[in-house]
Design a protein. Structure first.
Length: 291
C-alpha cells in the first residue's frame, strides 16, 4: 500500500549521521594523504643525504681551495649549507680512527687528496642530473675527479618511481571509495525528503529553487565534515610525534595545511555534486516511482 505524501513530509534527513559518516571517510582519505606526505618527506631526506665527493688535484694550496668553494656555493645544484672541506691530513686521521691503526706513525707518504663533499637537492638526485653536475665540476682546473655512489643513486631512483606508482594506485582507490560511500550516504539521507522535493515541483517551484537550500546545506555539511576529519588528523599527528619524535623532522606545515584545505574542499565538492545529482534524480521521477 502506498504511503501518503504527507507521511513523507514529517521525516527529516539524518544530517548528523551524514556529517559524521562523511568525516569518517575523509579521515581515512586524509590519513592516507598524511602517510604519503611522510613517505615523500622521508624519501626527500634520504636523497639529500647522498654525498658527492670532489677530489682536488695534488699539491693544491689552501688559497686556491676558495675558487672551488665559490663554484659550489653559487651553483643551484648544491644544497645550502652542505659544503664541507676535508684536508688530506684530516682524511688520514679519520681513516686511522676507522681502521684502528695509527697510519701517521708509519712514516709513509699520504696517498689521500684534499676533498670537498656536498649534497644535492632531492630534485637533482637522478642519474642524468648527476652526470651533468659531474661534467660541470670537472671543468674546474683544480678538480681531479668527482665521485658518488652510482648504484645507490640508481636504487633510490628506481624505488622512488616504483613507490610513486603504488601510491598513485592506492590514492585513486581511496578517492573512488570516498566518492562511492559519500554519495550513497547523501542519497540515503535525502531519501526521507523525496516527497518534499517532488511536492515543491508539483506546486510550481523551479528545479533551481528546490535545489538551492539543499545545495547550500551540502556545502556547509561538507565543510563541517572536512573540519572534523582535520581535527582528528591533527590529534593523530600530535600523538604520533609524541610517540616518535623523529617524525617531527619530516613534518611540513605547508604540506599539512594543503592536505587540510584539500580535505575540506573535497568534502564540500563531493557533497555538493552528490546532493545535486540526488535532488535532480528525485525531480525527474514520477510520483508513483517515489514509493
Amino acid at each position: 500500500m502506498r504511503q501518503p505524501i504527507s507521511s513523507g513530509l514529517s521525516r527529516r534527513p539524518r544530517y548528523l549521521y551524514t556529517i559524521v559518516s562523511v568525516a569518517a571517510v575523509l579521515f581515512l582519505l586524509g590519513f592516507f594523504g598524511l602517510l604519503m606526505l611522510q613517505i615523500r618527506q622521508l624519501t626527500t631526506s634520504l636523497k639529500e643525504q647522498v654525498d658527492i665527493i670532489i677530489e682536488l688535484a695534488p699539491e693544491t694550496d689552501s688559497l686556491r681551495h676558495d675558487s672551488v668553494a665559490e663554484l659550489l656555493h653559487r651553483s643551484p645544484f648544491v644544497k645550502a649549507g652542505s659544503v664541507q672541506f676535508t684536508s688530506r691530513d684530516e682524511a688520514l686521521e679519520l681513516m686511522s680512527e676507522e681502521l684502528g691503526e695509527d697510519l701517521l706513525a708509519l712514516d709513509m707518504p699520504n696517498p689521500l687528496y684534499d676533498v670537498f663533499t656536498f649534497n644535492v637537492p632531492a630534485s637533482y638526485l637522478a642519474p642524468d642530473s648527476l652526470t651533468q653536475i659531474r661534467t660541470v665540476i670537472m671543468q674546474h682546473p683544480l678538480v681531479n675527479d668527482v665521485f658518488y655512489q652510482e648504484s645507490l643513486v640508481d636504487q633510490i631512483a628506481r624505488n622512488a618511481r616504483r613507490l610513486s606508482w603504488i601510491l598513485l594506485a592506492i590514492a585513486l582507490f581511496f578517492i573512488a571509495l570516498a566518492l562511492t560511500v559519500i554519495h550513497n550516504t547523501i542519497r540515503l539521507a535525502l531519501y526521507a525528503n523525496r516527497f518534499i522535493i517532488k511536492t515543491q515541483e508539483l506546486v510550481g517551484a523551479t528545479w533551481e529553487f528546490i535545489s538551492r537550500p539543499y545545495l547550500r546545506k551540502a556545502l556547509w555539511h561538507g565543510a563541517l565534515s572536512g573540519l572534523l576529519a582535520c581535527a582528528i588528523l591533527s590529534l593523530l599527528q600530535w600523538w604520533l610525534q609524541e610517540q616518535l619524535p623523529e617524525l617531527k623532522e619530516l613534518f611540513s606545515a605547508t604540506a599539512f595545511g594543503a592536505l587540510f584545505l584539500g580535505l575540506i574542499l573535497l568534502g564540500m565538492i563531493i557533497n555538493w555534486l552528490s546532493t545535486y545529482y540526488v535532488v535532480r534524480r528525485y525531480l525527474r521521477m514520477r510520483v508513483d516511482e517515489l514509493y
